[in-house]
Design a protein around this ligand. Structure first.
Ligand SMILES: NC(=O)c1ccc[n+]([C@@H]2O[C@H](COP(=O)([O-])OP(=O)(O)OC[C@H]3O[C@@H](n4cnc5c(N)ncnc54)[C@H](OP(=O)(O)O)[C@@H]3O)[C@@H](O)[C@H]2O)c1
Length: 302
């Protein structure tokens, strides 16, 4: 059931979205989608940790829904958070909670792009088993400061009945020139591990998040395409559709540990809840082909 929005049902009045993360990958993409769909939206100018700046944004824009695609993910990667713990807490913990609290005060649904990198394969959810973590499972990956604090925030946000927590994982988009894109990342690494994971195809799932806002859906959602795909399977598709001469080298998790600071999460999330709400949702491999590789196809073969 959706969150009861102040006054009229949100369906009776035109949508107005307030989006945080204007300069970011997900926030930028979301704005383009709203523009394409003719949805009235504005980007927030406040900083998440500054409550009065968020209240001023809401007072000035009177949104029907707020989207949070702001956060620190670290540059060039989450290892940054290990050496910038206070900055990470300021935005991802204090900031996210402040935004949720302000939205609750105003009776507004907050669609929060969170992370699914708070789980790792274990004996009850072994790699290759097809048994994924469900929405109600307790996070078990605290290997990185980034993930540890994201798991804490997810737990606290369960108390906010106005928040829709979307567990995004290893986001992929059709823009293969974007260095943040998981495909672009792994094609540029010198060596890659080869582990099946749940992933999020943004071209398919960001429009779904807009629809989730329209339906006032709240609570926790595994926000990944059903199933898993491994690094090598993606690189094989890349070779088939994009560059027939592409080659890569694998290395083990132990070897990878030597070139990164904090361990990374590998897991399968169970996407049954999202699939039940959106039966048209494609499996990860179908979505990769339809939304990423077919539109970018450069070879004759595939
Ligand atoms: N990319 C991934 O691999 C991934 C995976 C799973 C989940 N997510 C989550 O999805 C969200 C968006 O990710 P993304 O990849 O789009 O991130 P991104 O490209 O790094 O963009 C982050 C955005 O957050 C804004 N921001 C940072 N600190 C802020 C603050 N204190 N107040 C207001 N805005 C602030 C940045 O604006 P300024 O430039 O003005 O600081 C920027 O627009 C994050 O919460 C991230 O944890 C990402």
């Amino acid at each position: 059931m959706g969150f009861p929005v102040n006054g009229d049902s949100a369906t009776d009045k035109p949508y107005k979205f307030l989006i945080y993360g204007r300069t970011g990958w997900i926030g930028g993409f979301l704005g383009k989608l709203c523009q394409a769909q003719g949805i009235d939206f504005v980007y927030g100018s406040g900083r998440l940790e500054n409550r009065s700046s968020l209240e001023a944004d809401i007072a000035a824009t009177k949104p029907t829904h707020v989207f949070n695609a702001a956060g620190v993910t670290g540059r060039p990667n989450v290892d940054w958070c290990e050496s910038h713990k206070v900055e990470t807490i300021r935005t991802n913990v204090a900031g996210t909670l402040t935004l949720a609290d302000v939205c609750r005060d105003k009776g507004i649904v907050l669609i929060n792009y969170a992370t699914g990198c708070i789980f790792e394969y274990d004996s009850d959810h072994p790699l290759g088993s097809g048994i994924g973590y469900k929405e109600e499972d307790t996070p078990n990956f605290i290997g990185s400061f980034y993930s540890k604090t994201k798991a804490m925030v997810e737990d606290l946000l369960k108390n906010y009945e106005n928040v829709c927590t979307l567990r995004v994982r290893m986001p992929i988009s059709s823009d293969l020139s974007n260095p943040r894109n998981f495909i672009t990342k792994i094609t540029r690494y010198e060596k890659v591990v080869n582990i099946p994971n749940s992933m999020t195809i943004l071209d398919e799932l960001l429009p779904i998040s807009i629809e989730m806002a329209k339906r006032n859906l709240t609570g926790i959602w595994n926000f990944t395409n059903p199933g898993v795909v491994s690094h090598n399977e993606i690189l094989e598709m890349y070779r088939e559709y994009i560059d027939p001469n592409f080659t890569w080298k694998n290395f083990t998790l132990e070897e990878q540990a030597k070139v990164i600071v904090a361990p990374r999460s590998n897991n399968e999330l169970d996407a049954t809840k999202l699939k039940q709400e959106f039966p048209e949702l494609l499996s990860i491999k179908e979505s990769l082909i339809k939304h990423v590789f077919q539109p970018n196809k450069k070879t004759d073969g595939a």
